[in-house]
Design a protein. Structure first.
Length: 394
């Protein structure tokens, strides 16, 4: 049997590479002679830079930047390829503004900043790159990318004409004017592509504050506050920049970073897999597979909206392959995934558990769950063979 393992990471717990290693071990415990290919999948979130650098034999550069809560942290960006069109830098916003970098007692997206993301862009420019690929995902921020833009020279002013320092999402409620005249001039000569979730919108009924604010620590009251601030920000962008980013696809990516990248520094937003698949050989690996395993921290009604398990399943179904998804949690509306190519899914939790305990045991539980699921697959395989030999199935 030829098995392909294509997991995402488990947010704040296991990276995609760790998850792939655990799942491979679980498969081989049941079928030691199986051929197991692994492709740790990144969606622009945590681990994106290192994964792309590893795939392209690039170079990882470490740099100190301002973290999401305002303290200096060590971050990184990568450079890969020496092509005709010039060197390309790869940046993940999670390395400077990710949720993992926000201590639990400080999780309040009204007060977290993307300033460090702008500093990573500046560091890449200092290396003389001609293209920048930015991955959006796993953010702990909701400042519309204003902090990022400010780090690159954009200035924000209140209605009295006083310059504002963007320190989080609620700072946007004070913005009445945006001045991009001092934006780093090198950006005019650099192509910036952004891999983002195409379904994330900045404002409206499914706006980023309402959908993702609670995951970042916002209360119901704070979500309302953030919604109003982002709406104000969008209005000023429309007035001063001439671009309506309220419901532009991808504008809500990473707490509105997509909107800031597009409107304030001239980046181009892309559905993340349109960009990422250029650097991965998923289709080639699917051709050599009989069964596909994928995994992510959660399977629920949002999974078909650009999440890795659904994207993997969509590709696998082109080749008629069965797909099994393993998840940390199975959430509301998960059954919808049966309509999007996932044939079976299950939680890796063997018992009720606190979040902290789940993080501690994630590696073991994922390995054990893969083993258990593989044993179930083997039972089905043996049963089908038995019935076929008896002439019950053709």
């Amino acid at each position: 049997m030829r098995i392909l393992v294509v997991p995402s990471g488990f947010k704040e717990s296991l990276g995609a590479e760790e998850a792939a290693r655990c799942m491979k071990a679980g498969v081989l415990k049941v079928m030691p002679l199986a051929t197991v290919q692994t492709l740790p999948m990144v969606d622009g979130g945590e681990g994106f830079t290192k994964a792309i650098v590893n795939m392209t034999d690039g170079i990882l550069h470490k740099v100190n930047v301002t973290g999401p809560v305002g303290e200096e942290i060590q971050s990184h960006f990568g450079i890969f390829g020496v092509e005709k069109s010039g060197r390309t830098a790869v940046i993940e916003m999670a390395a400077a503004g990710g949720l993992r970098l926000v201590p639990r007692h400080l999780r309040d997206p009204r007060k977290t900043t993307t300033h460090g993301v702008g500093q990573l862009v500046e560091a890449a420019l200092n290396k003389g790159v001609e293209r920048i690929l930015i991955g959006c995902g796993d953010s702990g921020t909701s400042d519309g990318g204003a902090g990022m833009a400010q780090a690159l020279g954009v200035k924000f002013f209140d209605k009295e004409g006083n310059e504002i320092q963007i320190t989080g999402g609620t700072s946007l409620s004070q913005v009445s004017h945006i001045d991009t005249s001092l934006l780093d001039p090198r950006l005019e000569h650099v192509q910036i592509d952004v891999a983002c979730n195409w379904f994330n919108k900045l404002c409206g009924e499914n706006g980023v504050a309402r959908v993702f604010g609670p995951q970042k620590g916002a209360t119901k009251e704070q979500v309302i506050e953030l919604e109003a601030a982002l709406e104000q920000y969008a209005s000023v962008i429309q007035d001063d920049i001439g671009m309506d980013v309220r419901d532009t696809p991808g504008s809500g990516a990473s707490g509105g970073l997509g909107a800031g990248l597009q409107a304030l520094i001239g980046a181009k937003l892309h559905p993340r897999y349109d960009i990422i698949m250029k650097y991965m050989d998923l289709n080639k690996m699917l051709l050599k597979s009989d069964l596909v395993f994928t995994a992510e921290g959660s399977i629920d009604y949002q999974t078909p909206r650009g999440k890795i398990p659904a994207e993997v399943a969509k590709c696998a179904k082109k080749y008629g392959l069965p797909v099994i998804a393993l998840a940390g949690t199975v959430g509301k509306g998960a059954r919808i995934n049966y309509d999007y190519g996932i044939d079976a899914y299950t939680s890796i939790l063997p018992m009720p558990s606190s979040l902290e305990n789940a993080f501690i045991n994630a590696e073991k539980w994922l390995r054990d769950c893969t083993e258990s699921t593989m044993r179930t697959v083997l039972v089905g395989y043996q049963l089908a063979s038995r019935l076929n030999n008896k002439g019950h199935v053709s």
